[in-house]
Design a protein around this ligand. Structure first.
Ligand SMILES: [Zn+2]
Length: 262
């Protein structure tokens, strides 16, 4: 049974069948899924889904794409959402220097620090998005030694992964691990302990390989594909799919503090 630790079910890509898809996950082998927020509205939607389904959890936060909306009032509203027991992390937050129309780097860093402070105050882990911003991301991680988290859709190198793990952080892999040109993530997955790895789909993005003809048509990923990430990880680690699923699910439960009974 799998734990898809990062899927954006607030996305309009799921408007036509969200409830049906989410309610059917346990029967399809996905025992848990976590929906991160990217600003207030999507954080609220993530929480609404989590309240509705026992196997769904939420995270709330401002993604670098929306960081300019994080003013004092928004931060206070985020704090209120984060106090809900189904919210298990602050995320997804981070730094993204890939897109030129995102907020300036200094603004991204300032907004990120405010959210690290919120995570620390509420004793929640963070879900970190680092795209083309490895050095600045690590600088902020080092500045908050008492905040732990996960680097989602990991794109850094082995050295960075080792430092994160030494600092008590986790590494999470998406379908990018299965891409035909995946070299770095495969290298990292091979180098670090499976106990430090979580898996995710980042749905509706990052459809894993092998892809089907329907993927071209619908262009939508879902938690039903998380097994493909596990398959690739099992292959890299030389373990069975069952063992890989079991360990990564346990890792996710431990990290997000979700007891075995739920
Ligand atoms: Zn994401």
């Amino acid at each position: 049974m799998y734990f898809d630790t990062h899927a954006h079910y607030d996305s309009p890509a799921f408007d036509r069948d969200r409830a049906e898809l989410l309610s059917g996950l346990p029967q399809a082998g996905v025992e848990l899924a976590l929906i991160p927020g990217c600003e207030l509205d999507s954080s609220q939607k993530a929480l609404d889904c989590a309240r509705r389904f026992p196997h769904i959890y939420a995270a709330v936060g401002f993604h670098p794409s929306d960081i300019e909306k994080l003013n004092d009032d928004a931060l206070e509203q985020l704090r209120r959402l984060a106090e809900d027991p189904k919210v298990r992390a602050i995320g997804e937050i981070g730094l993204d220097y890939y897109w030129e129309d995102y907020a300036p780097r200094e603004m991204q860093k300032a907004g990120l620090c405010r959210q690290f402070e919120l995570a620390r105050a509420l004793d929640l882990p963070v879900i970190f998005h680092d795209r083309e911003a490895h050095a600045d991301s690590m600088e902020i991680v080092r500045a908050y030694p008492d905040v732990r988290g996960v680097f989602h859709c990991y794109s850094g190198g082995v050295e960075q992964a080792r430092e994160l793990i030494d600092r008590g952080w986790m590494i999470s892999f998406t379908g990018a691990l299965t891409f035909p040109n995946a070299r770095r993530p495969v290298e990292v997955a091979a180098a670090i302990s499976l106990e430090k790895i979580m898996i995710e789909t980042d749905s509706p993005y990052m459809i894993p390989y092998p892809r089907t003809p329907e993927d071209k048509k619908f262009r939508r990923n879902s938690s039903l594909r998380v097994y493909q990430v596990a398959q690739k990880l099992a292959e890299i680690k030389g373990l069975s799919l069952e063992e890989t699923a079991r360990i990564t699910t346990e890792n996710g439960r431990r990290f997000f503090r979700i007891p075995q009974s739920s």
